[in-house]
Design a protein around this ligand. Structure first.
Ligand code: ADP
Ligand code: MG
Ligand code: ZN
Length: 621
């Protein structure tokens, strides 16, 4: 249990608590501060800790029964390294810390089996109690209202004019989000117009979308457009190893903001604090996060949108993990989707970022946009920069189209890792695997053009890859195309089966994707004859949520569940058989292409397309 300031328990309960604490402290041998920072934290002897405190080197400390963690100040007075030490019986510790200006708090021990020495289980509880008493004494003695005044919020404040003003002109490709946020700008600029009519100004707006789509940028643009102050803090900054810091930071942040109203508070990575409380913390029922979340809820309920216009914008890419309480009316009741840009959006974003680089006249941003489906704004910004770097490396005065072509590949698959060498057999397997994808993909209806096959390992995971580039953005796919995709995904594995008679682990990701797709066909798109046009999942699967997490399913009978499983399996197996059939009847081509690939490592362009035209569809597929 952490020491919490409010609500203050009555004195009698405190005394009971103390008795209980001492008793339990003595009884339980299993008390150890968690090593949730991992073993990497440096340890120092206790005397060193005391020395550092006396030398005013310590910024804050979190005092547990088995361990004291403390963070040093660096030269600029900012938080620095964190150390740990084993406490020694010292009832004066709280006073010492207080006198030397160390922010500190007592930490509750987690439930952790650990047998300590006799000393470590008798004495630390006494320290704990000492600190406990210290806090009581201080609050009883009319100390400052917040007995634990640790952790002033470290929100970064951007005020208009201070930095280059960001406006909606700097954001592109997210038109719907912009339209919704224009309204927020109006609220901030002329709150009276709304309140006089009796309308309530929204307090919280949640920006939801994948990383790098411009959520932070949009929030800054709102502040820039409205010409108000912008407080920004990241959810992960709230949640620290020091208990009690998060909630006091939230309080402090809102206090500061209210003084500057109208203004915007921007909380990035809201999910770091706003995770559903029921989900149970990974770090053992994270007390600290829960406290922070509660404080945030209290603050949001506390300010009255009537006279002080403080609008809280928050961003997350995992809205499904947020605590339901955050989404209630009066809190983050508005959600704005910030999705990946489409073709036109991508071109507009490229234009924005290309303003700062010297482009050759031949550069065709539209063509680049066409080749980068799925890229988020940040990827495109990165792409422009990569292209400029490549041009500079080649001593060119301007960035040319080829620079972009190469940059796309770099961004898509990570830098080439020629150094990671596959052995001959592995190389051979990967070659057949990739050609398998390409051959099946070439035959499938409406599938994207196979542009390149490579067995040069890239990035972390992919051993080789087959690059299919769409010629246009597609939003709707029909059943035949989805089945084609499944077959294409299984093409790799089928080739391995056909040629080597065995299967490697290399196809795991393909299988994952194929199975996901088949499941979606059955449970989301109602494409199964047997199960009919019903959505068996809860239907939250949006493009941006599609991160491989299975959707929750509706309650259903056992038979239905079984039928779904069978249908999914049927679809994947059908794709498998098709792939096998296609590869079987094009075996010569498979062999030739794989040999070519083994020699050249990369096959692309015209010659690849010509070769792939020779693939023929067997009767059975
Ligand atoms: P998020 O907060 O959604 O993760 P950011 O706003 O931090 O993304 O985006 C990072 C950078 O990528 C921005 O500073 C900007 O340069 C670029 N960027 C992202 N989205 C866009 C967009 N829609 N329009 C223009 N630039 C963008
Ligand atoms: Mg961001
Ligand atoms: Zn594969």
């Amino acid at each position: 249990m952490a020491i919490k300031k409010d609500p203050q328990p009555p004195r009698s309960r405190l005394i009971l608590n103390i008795v209980f604490l001492v008793a339990s402290g003595l009884l339980l041998l299993n008390i150890l501060l968690p090593g949730f920072l991992g073993p990497s934290m440096a340890r120092e002897p206790y005397s060193m800790f005391i020395h550092r405190v006396q030398e005013h080197e310590v910024m804050r400390a979190s005092v547990g029964q088995e361990e004291i963690r403390y963070q040093l100040k660096n030269e600029n007075g900012e938080p620095g390294e964190v150390y740990a030490t084993t406490p020694i019986f010292d009832l004066n510790l709280p006073h010492l810390l207080e006198d030397n200006g160390v922010e500190f708090a007592a930490v509750s021990p987690p439930k952790n089996q650990w047998l300590g020495s006799l000393l470590s289980w008798v004495i630390p509880p006494l320290i704990f109690v000492a600190i406990w008493r210290f806090f009581i004494a201080r609050s009883a003695g009319g100390g400052p209202a917040g007995a634990l005044s640790i952790g002033k919020s470290r929100a970064k404040v951007y005020v208009e004019g201070e930095s280059a003003k960001i406006t909606f002109n700097d954001v592109a490709g997210v038109e719907e989000a912009k339209t919704e946020l224009v309204e927020i700008v109006d609220f901030l600029k002329t709150p009276k117009r709304f309140t006089e009519l009796g309308a309530k100004i929204p307090k919280g707006v949640l920006l939801v979308g994948p990383p790098g789509t411009g959520k932070t940028l949009l929030a800054k643009a709102v502040a820039g457009e409205a010409g108000v102050a912008f407080f920004s803090i990241s959810g992960s900054e709230f949640v620290e190893l020091f208990v009690g810091v998060g909630s006091s930071r939230v309080r402090d942040l809102f206090e500061q903001a209210k003084k500057q109203a109208p203004c915007i508070i921007f909380i990035d990575e809201l999910d770091a604090i706003g995770k559903s409380r029921s989900s149970g913390g990974f770090y053992g029922g994270n007390d600290e996060r829960e406290q922070t979340l509660n404080q945030l809820l209290t603050e949001m309920d506390g300010f009255d949108a009537g006279d002080t216009t403080v609008i809280v914008l928050a961003a997350t890419n995992r809205p499904e993990s947020l605590d339901a309480a955050l989404l209630r009316p009066g809190r983050f009741d508005r959600q704005v989707l910030v999705d990946r840009p489409d073709l036109i959006g991508r071109e507009a974003i490229l234009k924005i970022h290309a303003k700062d680089v010297k482009l050759a006249d031949s550069v065709n941003l539209k063509a680049i946009a066409t080749r980068t489906p799925g890229f988020a704004g940040a990827d495109l910004a990165n792409l422009v920069n990569e292209a400029a770097l490549l041009a500079a490396r080649n001593n060119r005065q301007e960035v040319i189209q080829e620079d972009f072509a190469e940059a796309i590949e770099r961004v898509v698959a990570g830098l080439e890792k020629k150094s990671r060498v596959l052995n001959e057999r592995e190389k051979k397997i990967v070659a057949y695997h990739e050609v398998g994808h390409a051959l099946v993909g070439a035959l499938m209806p409406g599938s994207d053009q196979v542009e390149k096959i490579s067995i040069v390992p890239r990035g972390m995971a992919a051993l080789g890859y087959t690059l299919q580039l769409p010629t246009e953005d597609r939003f709707l796919r029909d059943e035949a195309e989805l089945k084609g995709q499944i077959a294409t995904l299984l093409g790799g594995r089928s080739a391995e089966e056909l040629i080597f008679g065995s299967i490697t682990t290399g196809a795991a990701n393909d299988l994952q994707r194929a199975t996901d797709l088949a499941e979606q066909m059955v449970t989301t798109y109602g494409m199964s004859q047997v199960l009919g046009p019903l959505a068996y999942d809860r239907g939250q699967r949006n493009a941006f949520l599609d991160n491989g997490m299975p959707n929750s399913r509706r309650p259903m009978s056992e038979q239905t569940a079984k039928a779904i499983d069978e249908e999914v399996k049927g679809l994947v197996e059908e794709g498998h058989q098709r792939a096998l059939a296609i590869l079987g009847s094009n075996r010569d081509l498979l062999e030739t292409l794989a040999q070519q690939l083994l020699e050249a490592e990369v096959i692309e362009g015209e010659s690849l397309r010509d070769t792939l035209k020779q693939v023929n569809m067997p009767e059975s597929a």
